[in-house]
Design a binder for this molecule. Structure first.
Ligand code: 5GP
Ligand code: MN
Length: 308
């Protein structure tokens, strides 16, 4: 495809990732931002969301969401399983030539050029392969891409880890990826506030299906009590329990909404999330559900047990 050439030939690029960006989406967006910068092409990177502060260690993080929103001749979309994941930036589709990189099964190929491979662990895996092939990866890009490989594979623990993933991780390290510092920043930097929130999450655990389903509930008051607004990763505490086959984290949002995350050890949670208009992958999916807590809990658990 010669991505490097396409970026070099563009005059001004808008790079868009999904709302509530994660490590994969940030790593992919920032690596492309860096590539454009190296190529002398103007680029702007946006997510229709506040940014998660715990990723602020990533290079060029401060350049995100500072876009002029005009004069683009290329739109690059990363890690968006459908056009709605782009939030308000979906309005640029159709106005300018678009290329997307993604690994969600739900993706219907909504861009002009689609590099969508659901069997890949991460968007960063796809971009690593393309850009290493084009010999375009410097140490900064290598570190950024490594973040996505690590986070979307659950620190190389999910079943989406393949020999290709390890081989790409090794090649990124050869290019100078700073894996040790990324790992410390990602997995050895928890705040005391977040640690207290994990305590609340454990106390909130409810079990269904003979202990095979564990639901964590996080209310807005828990966030304020603990002084931590980040719910990412809480679900892993439930997944670490041996009997648990499906873990759910229901994080209360303003206006009677719950952001629901689902993880599984084999069962297809993407189908359960799809019941509520969400999506994701077989073993990691999410959705937003409106309603009162008890109703949302009952419906979410039913969506899982119905498919078991
Ligand atoms: P998380 O639970 O970490 O927010 O998301 C897990 C996976 O589910 C991600 O790969 C993400 O793509 C997908 N996902 C999370 N929330 C939503 C949502 O509201 N809509 C869709 N389509 N996918 C989601
Ligand atoms: Mn991803």
């Amino acid at each position: 495809m010669n991505l490097t050439k396409k970026i070099k030939q563009a005059k001004k690029i808008l790079i868009v990732g999904h709302v509530r960006p994660d490590g994969d989406c940030l790593g992919a967006g920032l690596a492309l931002y860096r590539l454009a910068q190296k190529s002398g092409t103007q680029a702007e990177l946006v997510y229709d969301s506040d940014l998660p502060f715990h990723y602020s260690f990533m290079q060029y993080y401060d350049c995100i969401n500072k876009a002029s929103l005009s004069d683009y001749d290329l739109l690059i979309i990363v890690d968006c399983g459908d056009r709605f994941r782009m939030g308000k930036y979906a309005e640029f589709l159709g106005k300018v030539h678009s290329i997307q990189f993604d690994h969600h099964i739900s993706n219907d190929g909504f861009a002009d050029e689609n590099y969508v491979y659901p069997y890949r662990s991460s968007t960063c895996e796809i971009l690593s392969e393309i850009l290493l092939d084009e010999d375009a990866v410097d140490s900064e890009m290598a570190t950024l891409l490594y973040v996505g490989l690590s986070t979307d594979t659950g620190h190389f623990m999910h079943n989406n880890v393949t020999s290709v993933v390890f081989s790409l991780a090794a090649k990124l390290m050869e290019k100078g990826a700073d894996a040790y510092n990324v790992n410390c920043a990602l997995y050895r930097s928890r705040t005391w506030e977040k640690t207290k929130l994990i305590g609340k999450a454990i106390q909130s655990m409810k079990f269904f299906g003979d202990g095979s389903i564990c639901v964590i509930s996080v209310m807005q008051s828990d966030l304020t009590d603990c002084g931590c607004l980040l719910t990412e990763g809480l679900i892993d505490v439930a997944m670490d329990i041996g009997s648990v086959k499906v873990a759910v984290c229901m994080a209360q949002q303003p206006n009677n909404k719950y952001k629901v995350s689902m993880r599984s050890k084999g069962f297809d949670v993407a189908c359960a999330a799809a019941v509520f208009g969400g999506g994701g992958h077989v073993q990691a999916a999410g959705c937003v559900v409106c309603g009162y807590y008890e109703d949302v809990l009952r419906k979410v658990v039913k969506s899982i047990t119905d498919g078991m």
